[in-house]
Design a protein around this ligand. Structure first.
Ligand SMILES: *[C@@H]1O[C@H](CO)[C@@H](O)[C@H](O)[C@H]1NC(C)=O
Ligand SMILES: *[C@@H]1O[C@H](CO)[C@@H](O)[C@H](O)[C@H]1NC(C)=O
Ligand SMILES: *[C@@H]1O[C@H](CO)[C@@H](O)[C@H](O)[C@H]1NC(C)=O
Ligand SMILES: *[C@@H]1O[C@H](CO)[C@@H](O)[C@H](O)[C@H]1NC(C)=O
Length: 367
C-alpha cells in the first residue's frame, strides 16, 4: 500500500516516469553485477574460433611475429604455417616444409623475426621423436623482402637420461623458449629435463632435471608426457608438467663465458582438477604484461595463474570448460600466445590438437 501511494504521488507525465524507472533499473543492475560475475566465474572469457582445419590437423605451437601474423606448427605435418588473425577469412598459408621430417613441435623467436623450430620424425600415442631425426632449425624472415630462409642449427642426439625411471632411448623435445639471442631452452618430456641448445655452435647442454618432469612408462595411462610447456620470463624458466600436473619454475641464467647456471626446481602450485577429469594435462603457457601466466590445459580449459601481491599464484578457469564435457570451442588446447602489434596485445591466441585457432579477448582483464 505505501508503495502504491508513492507511485500515485509521482508526476503523471511519462517523460518524468521513464528516467525514474531507468534509474531504478540501473541500481538493480549494479547490485546484480557481483552475482553475475560470481555465476560466470567458471570461465571468465569466451573464445572465438577463427579457423578450424577441415582435416582436424593437430596444431601444436604458436609464435606471434612483430607484424601480428602467427606462425603455427603441427605435430602431424612437417610444414610451418602462417596466418593473419585479423583477416576477414582466416586461413593457414605454407611458409616452409622441412625435409626428412614428419612433425614440428615448439617454436620461439630468439632474434627479431628469427625463429627456432623443433623438427623431427614423430610418432603419436605416446609422443616420441625418432632418435637421430631431431633437429632444431632456424627460420628467418628478411626485414626488407619478407623472404624466408631456413637452416638446421642444432642436431639433437640421444640425450643423456639419468632418470632411470623414465622410458629410455626416447626423446620428445617439446616447448622451447629463448634464454638469449643465441641459446634456446627446451623441455624434454620423456626423461624429464631442460636442455640448452646453442643455435650458433650447435651444442647441447643439460640445464636441469626433476623426477616430477618424467614421462610415464605406462602406455595406457591417460597422460603420457612429463614436462611440456616452457617459457623463460624474468630470469626463470617457467614450466608445466603432465603426469603430476604441476606449474613451476627454475631460475636459469647465463654466467661468464656463456656458462648456464640453474637454481633449484620449484613447484609453484599443482593444477586444480575439481572435476577429476582423467585426461587433464598441462601444456603450453604464456605471460601477459602484468606477469600472470595463462596455460593451455587438456582436454578443454585455459587456466590463468594470477600472480598475487603476496607472491602466491591464484588459479582461475579463464576460458573453456574445466569439467571437460563441452569441447565445442576448446577441443584439446595445445598452445597459447598473446598477439603482437596494434590492438593485438590483449588477444590470447589458442591452438588445439583438433585443428582450431581460437581468439580470446582478455582486454577486460582486471588482473
Ligand atoms: C635425410 O635423412 C637421411 C638419413 O638420416 C640423410 O642421409 C639425408 O641426407 C637426409 N636428407 C636431407 C635432405 O636432409
Ligand atoms: C623420417 O621421415 C621421413 C619423411 O617421412 C622419411 O623419409 C625418413 O626416412 C624418416 N627417417 C627416419 C630415420 O625414420
Ligand atoms: C596404467 O594406467 C592404467 C590407466 O590409467 C591403469 O588402469 C593401470 O593400473 C596402470 N598400470 C600401472 C602398472 O600402473
Ligand atoms: C595470497 O594472496 C591470495 C590472493 O589475495 C590469497 O588467496 C592467498 O590466501 C594469500 N596467501 C597467503 C599465504 O597469504
Amino acid at each position: 500500500m505505501p508503495d502504491i501511494d508513492r507511485v500515485s504521488s509521482q508526476p503523471r507525465s511519462a517523460s518524468h516516469k521513464r528516467p525514474k524507472i531507468y534509474a531504478d533499473l540501473k541500481l538493480k543492475m549494479k547490485s546484480l553485477c557481483p552475482l553475475i560475475l560470481a555465476l560466470s566465474a567458471a570461465a571468465e572469457y569466451s573464445g572465438t574460433v577463427l579457423y578450424q582445419s577441415p582435416t582436424n590437423l593437430w596444431l601444436e605451437n604458436i609464435a606471434a611475429r612483430a607484424n601480428s601474423h602467427l606462425l603455427i606448427t603441427s605435430a602431424e605435418s612437417p610444414t610451418l604455417y602462417t596466418v593473419d588473425p585479423r583477416a576477414q577469412s582466416v586461413t593457414l598459408h605454407e611458409v616452409f616444409t622441412f625435409p626428412n621430417a614428419t612433425a614440428l613441435m615448439g617454436i620461439t623467436e630468439y632474434k627479431p623475426d628469427v625463429f627456432a623450430v623443433v623438427v623431427s620424425n614423430l610418432t603419436l600415442g605416446p609422443p616420441r621423436e625418432a632418435l637421430g631425426t631431431v633437429v632444431i632449425w632456424s627460420v628467418a624472415f628478411d626485414a626488407k623482402t619478407g623472404a624466408v630462409s631456413a637452416s638446421p642449427a642444432v642436431s639433437v642426439p640421444l640425450l643423456p637420461n639419468s632418470n632411470t625411471a623414465a622410458p629410455q632411448n626416447a626423446i620428445c623435445i617439446n616447448g622451447i623458449s629463448p634464454l638469449s639471442s643465441t641459446v634456446i631452452l627446451g623441455a624434454e618430456s620423456v626423461s624429464g629435463a631442460i636442455y640448452a641448445f646453442d643455435m650458433a655452435s650447435g651444442s647441447v647442454t643439460s640445464v636441469a632435471s626433476s623426477p616430477q618432469w618424467i614421462a610415464t612408462t605406462n602406455a595406457s595411462a591417460p597422460v603420457q608426457l612429463g614436462i611440456n610447456g616452457l617459457k623463460y620470463h624474468d630470469g626463470y624458466a617457467y614450466w608445466s608438467a603432465g603426469v603430476e600436473e604441476l606449474f613451476g619454475r627454475v631460475r636459469v641464467s647465463l654466467a661468464h663465458h656463456d656458462t648456464i647456471e640453474a637454481g633449484v626446481v620449484e613447484v609453484l602450485t599443482p593444477i586444480d582438477n575439481p572435476y577429476a577429469v582423467a585426461g587433464q594435462s598441462a601444456d603450453d603457457l604464456a605471460f601477459d604484461r602484468a606477469g600472470n601466466a595463462w596455460m593451455a590445459v587438456h582436454p578443454s580449459e585455459i587456466v590463468l595463474f594470477e600472480r598475487a601481491a603476496n607472491g602466491s599464484w591464484v588459479q582461475h578457469t579463464a576460458a573453456g570448460d574445466a569439467s571437460g564435457t563441452d569441447l565445442t570451442t576448446f577441443n584439446g588446447p595445445s598452445a597459447v600466445a598473446f598477439g603482437r602489434g596494434e590492438g593485438q596485445e590483449g588477444i590470447l591466441y589458442v591452438t588445439t590438437k583438433t585443428g582450431q585457432l581460437i581468439a580470446v579477448d582478455t582486454t577486460g582483464s582486471t588482473y
